[in-house]
Design a protein around this ligand. Structure first.
Ligand SMILES: CC(C)=CCC/C(C)=C/CC/C(C)=C/CC/C(C)=C/COP(=O)(O)OP(=O)(O)O
Ligand SMILES: O=P(O)(O)OC[C@@H](O)CO
Ligand SMILES: [Mg+2]
Length: 233
């Protein structure tokens, strides 16, 4: 069994953002979430990544890094593994293989046994990740389902990630993508901000990713989303 297969809820911590003043990553790990992912699109540096990963040393749930590029792949004993995005609806092929080729060329410490790809389908054109990768977000549910199936069946991806970063997506898109998958795990992320939004998306997605909320509202708000996810499961 792969680690993410029993994750219902994950918090993504952006090293370019801060937690609330009186909250720590250890507190985030105690919200009932199943794992912490460290990553973001804009303003990533090796130094910021390292700072957050080191702060995770006492965290009780698994900690994974999700690098946004070659220069920010930190190797640390604190990490349980590496989640490497491939953006299957990117406008530029470098987000599919080019950056990955460069990373493998330059990094001679890759721990392949703990390194896993995630097939991103980026659906918010105005998000940093949408702009950066010039993703084709003009998709209807059938397109999204077909991309999900291509990712799983043709490219052998173990994780398909519907990424609405910064906005709440369309539940019907999530349901159609879920129906198209056989055994790949469906991650949903974007705009989860309370019990109801978490409950709604967790009816269809296997794993709900909560990002900005932990930085903007803190751990009590995150706990509400954990409750929503748990009630939907
Ligand atoms: C080759 C290596 C090591 C990595 C691949 C790098 C790739 C393909 C990255 C493309 C997608 C990407 C930038 C993923 C980062 C994770 C992510 C989507 C974070 C969410 O970012 P946003 O929420 O859009 O950005 P901000 O919150 O930083 O504005
Ligand atoms: O920040 P939010 O909108 O919660 O999105 C979470 C995550 O999918 C971002 O990669
Ligand atoms: Mg974000």
């Amino acid at each position: 069994m792969q680690p993410w297969e029993d994750w219902d809820h994950v918090v993504k911590i952006d090293p370019d953002k801060t937690l609330l003043d009186d909250e720590s990553v250890e507190d985030v790990g105690k919200t009932g979430t199943d794992a912490i992912i460290v990553g973001g699109t804009m303003g990533m540096t090796e130094e910021k990544m390292t700072r957050v990963i080191e702060a995770c040393s006492g965290v009780s749930v698994p900690v994974f890094i999700e690098p946004s590029g070659t220069g920010v792949v930190v190797h640390s004993d604190v990490l349980d593994g590496y989640l490497i995005p491939v953006v299957i609806n990117a406008g530029d092929i470098s987000w599919l293989t080019g950056m990955h080729k460069e990373w493998v060329r330059l990094d001679d410490s890759i721990d392949w046994a703990h390194t896993f790809p995630e097939a991103y389908i980026v659906l918010n054109p105005d998000s940093s990740v949408g702009e950066l990768t010039t993703a084709d977000c003009d998709l209807d549910p059938d397109d999204v389902a077909a991309y999900a199936e291509v990712a799983e069946q043709l490219f052998g991806q173990p994780i398909v990630y519907l990424e609405y970063s910064g906005m709440l997506g369309e539940p019907s898109f999530v349901k159609t993508a879920a129906d198209a998958l056989d055994s790949a795990t469906l991650f949903y992320g974007g705009g989860i901000h309370d019990y109801n939004s978490a409950y709604e998306m967790a009816q269809y997605a296997d794993t709900i990713i909560v990002g900005d909320l932990v930085h903007d509202q803190g751990i009590e708000a995150v706990r509400e989303t954990v409750r929503g996810v748990q009630d939907a499961k």
